[in-house]
Design a binder for this molecule. Structure first.
Ligand SMILES: [Cu+2]
Length: 355
């Protein structure tokens, strides 16, 4: 009897130590990344202040911290897209941004809020995200964004990473009408049987769609010029973390190819981050953060008119433009193969769902 109690406690201890290793769920002391509409007014203010501070001119001449950080993405642009390393690279990059913001406001509890764009799928351009308290709206004359606490900003670098100060630009496109519903996205994610499938499904599907539909800086290699980038990518990262949670046996797997054609492995170094291997970013929990569940977001839901009864058919993702590919140095042949695959997947999902 006594023995079995000890055994039971041992099992409990093992379970308690093992579970966090495979889960990004919010347990232990992980910092919680919330949906941006779940932030309290004080939390939103803190986040905006941090971004504003990272964008302020420094006492020394030269770029702001924010500009420099955005340029990292432009410089690595070719290597970190259209391949398996897309998810780990952006996970690490996003975490470094979070640490940067923490440092400028001297608050290690700050987290980057994610933007769950599926909550806005019925009319993304009318989302509260694009209003003054958040990121500001569509660009006007010359595509310049003129409102919003995070929208009024003159980034320093252009798509090539050269100094070329300009207004922050957005130019909403027709892709705005094709954001996936929560159910559609869920089907896409849960239908991804391998890591390689998942990475492609997320990147070529909704990830590219959100970037290209917002347009302007967001559709260039210098997309982090727009603070929306980080909340968009927090959501992308959340999809990977959720998939890892839902598939414990696949959570530690990393496979597929990079854009260069190279087969990937856990010991690969993340481009531009010497010494940082993919294995170091496989678990959100060991990186110190986790994601809140969107379903807990009463505010987000109440701001929308979600109707679970009338699901829209699965969208056809728009093709990536030649201009977009050129700006990323993407080989159109490789892109065509990937696009064909995603279309097949979408078609198969449509069939399976009777649309
Ligand atoms: Cu990117």
């Amino acid at each position: 009897m006594r023995y079995s109690i000890v055994l039971l406690s041992l099992v409990a201890i093992i379970a308690a130590t093992v579970v966090p290793m495979i889960s990004a769920a919010c347990i232990n002391n992980n910092l919680v990344r919330k949906e941006i509409r779940q932030l309290t007014p004080a939390e939103l203010t803190k986040y905006i202040n941090a971004v504003t501070l990272a964008r302020r001119a420094l006492p020394r001449p030269g770029p702001t911290q924010y500009d420099t950080f955005a340029r990292i993405h432009a410089m690595q642009g070719y290597f970190i897209h259209s391949g398996a390393n897309f998810l780990p690279w952006h996970r690490y990059y996003l975490r470094q941004y979070e640490l940067l913001l923490q440092s400028v406001i001297n608050d290690p509890t700050l987290t980057v809020p994610y933007w769950d764009w599926t909550l806005d799928y019925q009319n993304p351009s009318a989302s509260v995200i694009f209003t003054d308290p958040y990121f500001g709206g569509n660009g006007g004359s010359a595509s310049c964004v003129t409102n919003g606490k995070l929208g009024q900003w003159r980034p320093l670098y252009n798509w090539a990473g050269n100094a070329s100060a300009h207004c922050l630009k957005r130019s909403f496109g027709e892709g705005m009408s094709r954001y996936p519903s929560p159910a559609t996205l869920q089907t896409l994610i849960s239908g991804s049987a391998t890591y390689a499938n998942l990475a492609t499904n997320i990147e070529i599907g909704p990830h590219n769609l959100v970037h290209s539909s917002i347009g302007g800086d967001m559709k260039e290699a210098i997309s982090p010029n727009d603070a929306l980038f980080f909340s968009h990518h927090a959501n992308v990262d959340r999809l990977w973390a959720n998939w890892q949670d839902a598939n414990p046996t696949l959570a530690g797997t990393y496979n597929g190819k990079n854009i260069t054609g190279q087969r990937v492995g856990l010991t690969d170094i993340l481009h531009g981050f010497p010494g940082i291997t993919v294995s170091k970013v496989m678990k959100a929990s060991t990186m110190g953060y986790c994601y809140s569940a969107t379903t807990a977001s009463a505010a987000a839901r109440s701001a929308q008119t979600l109707d679970d009864e009338s699901e829209e058919p699965l969208p056809n993702w728009p093709p990536v433009s030649a201009e977009f590919m050129a700006s990323k140095g993407i080989d159109p042949k490789v892109q065509a193969e990937v696009t064909a695959r995603i279309n097949n997947i979408i078609d198969a999902l449509n069939d399976a769902n009777g649309f």
